[in-house]
Design a binder for this molecule. Structure first.
Ligand SMILES: [Cu+2]
Length: 308
């Protein structure tokens, strides 16, 4: 008998609830708890479905939704997927499957200059390889839920205009530099001779920093010696949570981009580098590895800056 293919043995693991030695295992998390509560109390039982993406009026004119829940996987088709996407795929398609719902495969393709058909095909292939698809079959009616945001961009544009005119959103006219300054200050580059101590941080391929929790005093200058003990490239970027998440987004789009900023150090396997930083403001400063998939796998830490 030929061995089962990798993809078929992986999709078998997706069957829920899993069974080990006759004992049913039931995993749970806060998303499942919210969904189960809504299904039990019928919170959205009266919801209508217009047959495709659209505004409230469009759906109100539709049929009672045969899907118990709707989730979505919305990648930008500007690169190949990584392990963080695999988690999102299993989460969104897995919840839809487990609760009698549908997961929409929706390409967030609103930046056509950076997007290629090759990435669209590769993403669809990856979702199927993980054992999922975007078809639904309710009451004998087969439907595909493959959507492209560019097909209803005008609707989203009108929605944005509405939010602005209703006072719920605004257009930020600041320059990129002003935004950076106003967004939250996490300190400034320090001078090594002023450092009150040296903290060594090790990075490993299990996507962890050691230590990952560091305490400093407000005003203190710290010299961080960062060592890459792994076999792949890692980095350490210091910043506010928002700034790190924005950089993460840029790294997804341009994985080879390397920052040359004093708050960051990128290291080849076996190398070490340093960051000298003065923590001027009390609160939390975050750090993370923005190599694709690393932050998602948990490669992050925090510097707690204690008030003077
Ligand atoms: Cu890393």
């Amino acid at each position: 008998m030929p061995p089962p293919s990798l993809s078929s043995s992986i999709s078998r693991h997706h069957q829920a609830p899993a069974e080990i030695e006759g004992q049913a295992l039931r995993t749970s998390n806060f998303l499942r708890q919210v969904i189960e509560k809504d299904l039990a109390t019928g919170t959205y039982a009266q919801r209508q479905w217009g047959g495709g993406p659209g505004d409230a009026a469009f759906h109100d004119a539709g049929q009672p939704d045969p899907a118990k829940i709707r989730t979505r996987f919305p990648p930008e088709p500007n690169g190949y997927l990584h392990v963080g996407h695999a988690k999102s795929i299993c989460l969104n398609f897995g919840l839809a499957r487990d609760y009698g719902g549908v997961c929409h495969m929706r390409f967030d393709d609103t930046n056509p200059e950076k997007e290629e058909k090759e990435y669209v095909d590769s993403i669809l292939d990856a979702v199927q390889w993980l054992g999922f698809n975007w078809e639904s079959n309710f009451n004998g009616k087969q439907e595909s839920h493959l959507y492209y945001a560019s097909n209803y961009f005008d609707f989203m544009y009108r929605a944005a205009e509405y939010l602005i005119t209703a006072g719920h959103a605004y257009v930020d006219e600041q320059t990129a530099e002003d935004m950076r300054i106003n967004r939250g200050d996490f300190g400034k580059p320090g001078v090594a001779s002023k450092a009150s101590r040296t903290v060594t941080i090790e990075m490993t391929d299990n996507m962890r920093y050691t230590p990952a929790d560091i305490q400093v005093k407000q005003g203190e200058t710290v010299r961080f010696i960062v060592k890459n003990k792994g076999q792949v490239k890692h980095e350490l970027s210091l910043g506010t949570q928002q700034e790190l998440l924005e950089h993460l987004e840029q790294m997804r789009k341009f994985p080879d981009m390397e920052h040359d900023e004093p708050s960051k150090v990128t290291l080849a396997p076996g190398k070490q580098g340093e960051i000298v930083w003065q923590f001027t403001k009390a609160g939390a400063v975050n750090f993370a590895c923005l190599m694709p998939g690393h932050y998602e796998a948990g490669m992050k830490g925090q510097v707690k800056v204690n008030k003077k």
